[in-house]
Design a protein around this ligand. Structure first.
Ligand SMILES: Cc1cc2nc3c(=O)[nH]c(=O)nc-3n(C[C@H](O)[C@H](O)[C@H](O)COP(=O)(O)OP(=O)(O)OC[C@H]3O[C@@H](n4cnc5c(N)ncnc54)[C@H](O)[C@@H]3O)c2cc1C
Length: 316
């Protein structure tokens, strides 16, 4: 079976769906191809967190410059969320841990407001979304095809996607937004992807509400989600480790200590793989005529969604 579309987006994570929603809003014909099921975007905690990411994961040699990039990415969110029907939760974040005055001073240096609280620091600058609900909102009205793309080849002046079941899709342009697993691609595209690497991550989903707003602590975070709480996350270089129970135990111990709990109670572990580049920022741009990338936002896929969508959509 062969179908055709104007722009084929490969991958229905936050980047693929943000790009698709943005292109659709601009009147372009878009088809998203994805096999379905959970992905890094759906299991993520959904934090839009320029302040805490800049504080806890400072990017040398210019942490202040990187903080400005992350803050600018966040500032696109209110308008983006409003236009795509996403609930943006602006309840800020607590730092529960040592050195409250030092944390406030470092946040100020990075350009973020914060104030002292009984347990540490409150910073109103980080926001969040419910990832599953936000993906549903982004996908609203976007045409989708369930399937895994096995190969993408040049065809005439456009592109041909061959799916794992043998069906084909021809498209005038392609946006590759498939995380860290790639179909067979032209060599020029593969060269551009040389930098992309995988970082596995696990989160514990607790049934109980353990925090009323997101909290960061040494080595982890707790974020309210629905009726429960997400506790995250491990960072597993190269992808998900075969054996990560030690990391999981440490994460829960740190959460108990920070939140002053004897135990977290029953949790369900979920996992995802983040794509990352050497400079920690997403990989976007047109690498061959009509072939665009929307990949590898590292720990900040939700934060960077509107930025990547804007960059890719502006190229059409
Ligand atoms: C544990 C964890 C917690 C996180 N928490 C946060 C957070 O709080 N805030 C934040 O900003 N970021 C967070 N992140 C990072 C963020 O989730 C990722 O950066 C982001 O989800 C990456 O989105 P993506 O669209 O690139 O990839 P993905 O979400 O992985 O989506 C890629 C999609 O492509 C599909 N696909 C793959 N191969 C093919 C193929 N051949 N054909 C068709 N489709 C294909 C997959 O099925 C998948 O649906 C977290 C990540 C993890 C793992």
């Amino acid at each position: 079976m062969t179908s055709s579309c104007d722009i084929a987006v490969i991958g229905a994570g936050v980047l693929g769906l943000s790009v698709a929603a943005e292109l659709r809003a601009r009147g372009r014909g878009v088809l998203v191809v994805d096999p379905g099921g959970p992905n890094a975007s759906s299991v993520a905690a959904g934090m839009i967190a320029p302040a805490m990411e800049s504080l806890l994961d400072p990017w040398e040699p210019d942490p202040v410059g990187r903080a400005a990039v992350l803050r600018a990415a966040r500032d696109l969110w209110p308008e983006f969320a409003g236009r795509h029907g996403i609930e943006l939760i602006r309840d800020g974040v607590d730092w529960i841990g040592p050195d409250a005055d030092g944390v406030i001073a470092r946040l100020a240096l990075l350009g973020f407001a914060a104030e002292r609280t009984e347990r540490g620091v409150f910073c109103p600058e980080d926001w969040r979304v419910d990832p599953v609900k936000a993906l549903a909102a982004l996908g609203q009205g976007v045409e989708r095809l369930e399937g895994r793309v096995g190969a993408v080849r040049v065809k005439g002046e456009g592109w041909q996607l061959t799916l794992a079941d043998g069906s084909e899709v021809s498209a005038r342009a392609v946006v590759l937004a498939c995380g860290t697993t790639f179909p067979e691609l032209p060599e020029a595209v593969m060269r551009a992807l040389g930098d992309v690497h995988a970082i596995g991550g696990r989160l514990a989903f607790a049934k109980l509400r353990l925090v009323e707003r997101p909290a960061r602590f040494v080595g982890g975070y707790a974020v309210p989600l629905g009726e429960g709480t997400v506790i995250g996350a491990t960072m597993e270089a190269g992808g998900l480790l075969a054996e990560a129970s030690g990391l999981q135990d440490t994460l829960l111990e740190r959460a108990c200590e920070a939140l002053g709990l004897a135990e977290i109670g029953p949790v369900e572990w979920r996992m995802g793989v983040r794509g990352a580049t050497a400079d920690g920022l997403p990989l976007t741009g047109e690498v061959m005529p009509g072939f665009h990338l929307a990949l590898a936002p590292r720990r900040n896929g939700w934060l960077m969604g509107p930025t990547v969508a804007g960059v890719v959509a502006a190229a059409f």
